[in-house]
Write a protein that binds this ligand. Structure first.
Ligand SMILES: NC(=[NH2+])NCCC[C@H](N)C(=O)O
Length: 250
C-alpha cells in the first residue's frame, strides 16, 4: 500500500490530477514505525523486517531526500496466551491485539502531522496501519500495490492466515459476510469499495475474485501493467479515486 508521498513521474501525475490542491503532496515530516510481527501467516522471519530495513539505511536515505525523519522505534507486541484458531482463522487474538495497538500508534503519528512509513512484519498489519490512517482522514482512499488482493473473508480463506484477509476487515460492503472474530471487536469497517484500487494483482483466490467482481472493485493485474504501462495504470487509478469527489477532479 502506498502511504508515502509519491515522487518522480508518479508525483507529477498526481500533481497534474490534483491541480491547485497539489501544494501539499511533498511530506515535510516522515514518521518511521516498526512492527516486528509474523503471526498473520505461518512462517517466522518477517518480524525481523524493521531491523533489516533500518540496517539497510532507510532513515539516512529518507533524510537525504530532505524529509525530516522521526523514528518512533518498534512496537512491542505482548504475547497472547492460548490463542486457538476460530472458524479456521489462525492466531486471531494475537493479530487482533497487535493491530489494535498499531492502529492507535499510527493514528497518533498521522494526527501529529507526520507522513507514516510502517515497517512490517506481515500483511495482516495493514488492518492497523490503514485503520489508523482512517481515524485521522475520513475521506481516505487506498491504493493496494501487491500480487495478492488479501480480501478473503474467514469463510472463503483457503489458508486461515490473516495476512490474506486484511482488506475484508476494512470494507463496509463485506460487513455482513464477516463473523465476529475474537480480538477484533475494536475494529469497525471504514472503507467503501469505490475508495480502493488494486495495482499489480497476480495471485487471486476464487473467493476473492468473486468479491472483486460483485463489489465492482477497480483493479489492475500485472498483465494490465505490461499492456498499458505503469504510468497509464496510475493515471486511471488516480482518476478513479479522485472522481469520487467531482470538485477535485476538474
Ligand atoms: N499478503 C500476502 N502475502 N498474502 C498472501 C495470501 C495468500 C492466499 N491468498 C491466502 O489467503 O492465504
Amino acid at each position: 500500500c502506498i502511504f508515502m508521498a509519491l515522487r518522480g513521474p508518479l508525483s507529477r501525475i498526481l500533481r497534474s490530477k490534483l491541480g491547485k490542491c497539489s501544494q501539499q503532496t511533498r511530506a515535510e515530516s516522515v514518521a518511521v514505525l516498526g512492527a516486528p510481527f509474523c503471526r498473520g501467516q505461518k512462517r517466522g522471519g518477517v518480524e525481523q523486517g524493521p531491523k533489516v530495513i533500518r540496517d539497510a539505511g532507510l532513515v539516512e536515505r529518507l533524510s537525504s531526500l530532505d524529509y525530516s525523519v522521526h523514528d518512533f522505534g518498534d512496537l512491542n507486541f505482548p504475547p497472547v496466551e492460548k490463542d486457538e484458531p476460530y472458524m479456521g482463522v489462525k492466531f486471531p487474538r494475537t493479530v487482533g491485539a497487535a493491530n489494535k495497538m498499531l492502529s492507535g500508534a499510527v493514528s497518533r503519528a498521522v494526527g501529529a502531522g507526520h507522513r507514516l512509513v510502517l515497517l512490517g512484519g506481515d500483511h495482516s498489519l495493514a488492518i492497523g496501519s490503514v485503520s489508523g490512517h482512517a481515524r485521522q482522514c475520513p475521506d481516505l482512499c487506498l491504493i493496494w500495490v501487491d500480487a495478492h488482493a488479501d480480501i478473503n473473508t474467514p469463510m472463503c480463506s483457503p489458508s486461515g492466515n490473516l495476512h490474506g484477509q486484511p482488506v475484508a476487515f476494512m470494507l463496509k460492503e463485506l460487513q455482513d459476510k464477516m463473523p465476529s472474530i475474537p480480538g477484533f471487536s475494536w475494529m469497525k469497517p471504514f472503507l467503501s469499495s469505490r475508495d480502493l484500487v488494486y495495482v499489480g494483482l497476480r495471485d487471486v483466490d476464487p473467493g476473492e475474485h468473486l468479491i472483486l467482481k460483485n463489489l465492482g472493485i477497480q483493479y489492475f493485474t500485472m498483465r494490465d501493467i505490461d499492456r498499458l504501462g505503469i504510468q497509464r495504470v496510475m493515471e486511471v487509478a488516480l482518476d478513479h479515486l479522485l472522481g469520487r469527489y467531482p470538485s477535485l477532479s476538474e
